[in-house]
Structures are given as structure tokens and as C-alpha cells.
Design a protein around this ligand. Structure first.
Ligand code: C5P
Length: 220
């Protein structure tokens, strides 16, 4: 049982992978299942928040009472977030957003070359959705995620400062993707706190409680 610690708050979050097209039927994606983000959406709604989820392609149903907008690419996710950000109190970026998109995606399905040569793809960097939102003049309270495979303590705090967010959740990337369990280390201005390995919904509820504590403190 959890009290309605986010009653009256509006919370926007991103979840799942992005899909960067190569041609009309192929693309580059990653192994994010969306489970962590969807669990946070559910926990936030249970805590009384009005929740909107901007989601990449996943196999999950939208949690009860949560509005969902489906997107494929990082650019679409960015545009959807910016179109919904006004009036939000909290933004939680859980999505595994592709760092790069293909600039020369083909309008037609790519065909094999008779000479056996492979197509050449070129890339450009995608916008950083979290950093963009955190830099808005009336930014909501922003929470980021960092999936690192090594040096979590060092990389995660550096990421928190670089993206300029008050709260960053560190987890070990290859362990969390697709799993029902996860392990958190929370980073904020006061340092870091570890949360023991647990189911994603349980961790989501703990995170919601931590967010609620902090927004009351900062009177957001
Ligand atoms: O830089 P990195 O991808 O490791 O940062 C992870 C955090 O930033 C996550 O919260 C993720 O959702 C967010 N992010 C984003 N837009 C990007 C890249 C990452 O919102 N283009």
C-alpha cells in the first residue's frame, strides 16, 4: 500500500527502445523491453499522478489509467515529448534512445548488390531529449537513467552533472535489459544511495517515493 504521494502532479515519461530506419522495413534498435519505464508509469499512476507515457516499440500494454503515445524513432520521441512537456511537473527519461540516426535511409527496400558489396550507412547524432527538457526555462523536475557496464559510480554522477538533472538512476545495462528485476543506485546532489536488487515494480514504487520526497523539498 502506498499513499498518494504524487496526487495532483503531472508526470511525463519515455520508455522502451527507439527504432532508427535503414529502409521501409529495416532499422537499428536495442534490447530495451520497456519494462522499467512501464513499471514507473504504473507506480506513478498508483501514487495519484496524471501519467503520460511516450513509448518506443514494446510488447507491453499501457498500464491502467496511463495515456500512451507510440513512437518509433528518437526524433519522433523528442518531438512527442516537446509537444507534451508544457504543464508537466515531472519528467522521467527511461527510454533507451539511439545516439545516432541513419541519414541516408533508403525510401525503397534495399536490394543486395550483384557484386556482393554491402550498403554504406552514414549517421548523425540524435537530439538528447533529457538534456533538452532539463534546459527548458520552466523545466519540470527531471529524472534520468544511466545504464553502464562499468564504473557506474563515476560515469553516472558525471552524466547527472552533464545533463543537469537533479536525480539520476544508475543501473547495470546488460543486466537490466529485458529482465524482470533490476538494481538501482540513485545519484543526487547529496551523493548516492543503493537500492537492493528487486522486481522492477517494487523498485519503481521506491523511485516514485524518492521523487515525491524531493519535489516536496524543492517545492516544484
Ligand atoms: O547519454 P545516455 O544515453 O547514457 O543517457 C541516458 C539518459 O538520457 C536516459 O535517461 C535516457 O532516456 C536519456 N536520453 C535521452 N535522449 C537521448 C539519449 C539519452 O533522453 N538522445
Amino acid at each position: 500500500f502506498q499513499t498518494k504521494v504524487l496526487r495532483g502532479k503531472r508526470l511525463l515519461l519515455t520508455a522502451g527502445p527507439t527504432f532508427e530506419a535503414i529502409d521501409p522495413v529495416r532499422g537499428i534498435t536495442n534490447l530495451s523491453s520497456g519494462k522499467m519505464g512501464y513499471a514507473i508509469a504504473r507506480a506513478a499512476r498508483e501514487a495519484g499522478a496524471e501519467v503520460m507515457l511516450i513509448s518506443g516499440q514494446t510488447a507491453l500494454a499501457a498500464p491502467y489509467g496511463v495515456q500512451r503515445i507510440n513512437v518509433l524513432s528518437a526524433q519522433q520521441m523528442h518531438d512527442a515529448v516537446l509537444s507534451k512537456i508544457a504543464g508537466q511537473d515531472i519528467f522521467v527519461a527511461v527510454a533507451a534512445v539511439a545516439d545516432w540516426r541513419v541519414t541516408n535511409a533508403s525510401e525503397q527496400k534495399l536490394k543486395k548488390n550483384p557484386d556482393g558489396s554491402a550498403p554504406a550507412l552514414s549517421f548523425e547524432q540524435n537530439p538528447d531529449i533529457l538534456a533538452t527538457v532539463a534546459a527548458l526555462p520552466s523545466a519540470p523536475y527531471c529524472v534520468g537513467f544511466a545504464a553502464e557496464s562499468e564504473n557506474l559510480l563515476q560515469y553516472a554522477e558525471a552524466k547527472r552533472l552533464k545533463k543537469n538533472v537533479p536525480l539520476l538512476v544508475g543501473n547495470i545495462g546488460h543486466e537490466t535489459f529485458g529482465n524482470d528485476e533490476n538494481q538501482f543506485v540513485l545519484f543526487d546532489v547529496e551523493g548516492h544511495t543503493s537500492f537492493p536488487r528487486a522486481g522492477k515494480l517494487q523498485l519503481a514504487r521506491q523511485l516514485v517515493a524518492e521523487i515525491a520526497k524531493r519535489i516536496t523539498k524543492t517545492s516544484h
